[in-house]
Design a protein around this ligand. Sequence first.
Ligand SMILES: *Cc1c(COP(=O)(O)O)cnc(C)c1O
Length: 415
Amino acid sequence: MDNYFTVQTNFFGENTAAGLVERFGSPLYVYNEAILRKRCREMAGLISYPNFKANYSIKANSNLEILKIARQEGLMADAMSPGEIHVLLAAGFRPEEIFYISNNVSEEEMRFAIDRGICVSIDSLSQLKQYGRLNPGGKVAVRFNPGVGAGHHEKVVTAGKKTKFGINLDLVSEVKRILREYNLKLVGVNQHIGSLFMEGSAYVESVKSILSTAEQFESLEFVDLGGGFGIPYHKQEGQARLDLKELDQKLTPLITQWTQKYGKNVLIKIEPGRYIVAECGVLLGTVHAVKQNYGITYVGTDLGFNVLARPVMYDSHHDIEVYKKDPSKKANEFMEVTVVGNICESGDIVARGRLLPAVEEGDILGIMDAGAYGYSMSSNYNNRLRPAEVLVREDGSVAVIRRRDTLEDLMRNFV
Ligand SMILES: *Cc1c(COP(=O)(O)O)cnc(C)c1O
């Protein structure tokens, strides 16, 4: 089997998967700094239009060390909650580098951002009025729903006619009326049409849409085009990457023409989350049982959906690599298996009907491209401990960047 990470990018540095598990325990999130930095640079330089910034969307992975690296690479950040703002500030982001994309938030949560001088994006007319009451005369941004969406699963399409997000385009005059009522200055418009597009046409269409909405407002300082840039989760089948150059070639002329018409070199932003962190993360787990149940071979691991929720939540595919416990045992025999976790739910399935090299107890599995929405969606369900996270530095050394939960952590909030 083609170990595309270990062979092509030396993912684990001088370490082996088994060595890392032995040192830091299983399951274990392993990140690779060189890959993270490469992806940050690709997004920071995505669009050649000069006044451009990429905002890292922290919900994909909020590890403090990863945030610090993203900031070093020149990214700004999007936050979806006061908790994310808190962690971003701790990572060194300045308030003006943070954009709070709020959604049905309380007055208290809105004030949290306003008090810190953080720009807030508003998602409905009722929340725009709330903002006006809390910060009359202030600066604000509005998230519009361009009426088109995109994404790999119904649950991640975040614009279009069937989602809760954004303000409909036919409400522009209402938005203007509320802005006047509270003397607010609209400094930005934003959108986010969905996650994981591998082909840019829906994104380009949505950009045309937001630009035409944007020109109906006079005081804009930025237009935020949203995130959703996909990564190839099917690398073992040779899936192609998103063509970033083509995106730039389509977007830059649109943006340049628009800014000339608008009469101002407005800041253009994007909001990538997954693209920055998915591929720099591999989740390692251990095989504890192999069995046959009525004709299906189950590989039982410690990779329950408390550790990685994506397959259960979105039917997501992750490529899987097998690292044999005994490397002298060549895995040249393949078998079709269903890889499951240790949670007491029959839906606790990492991969169904997958062809893997013969697996036995003690082998280590690598769940590829697990850096985004991996740890950040993990939980203590079944009172399991969330795993540690380690970073393989550019010099090959390995650092723990979040310790594994302890049993005491499970008791922490009881009074
Ligand atoms: C989740 C989210 C993103 C990031 O999406 P990715 O698919 O990870 O790029 C960007 N913007 C908003 C508003 C989001 O909710």
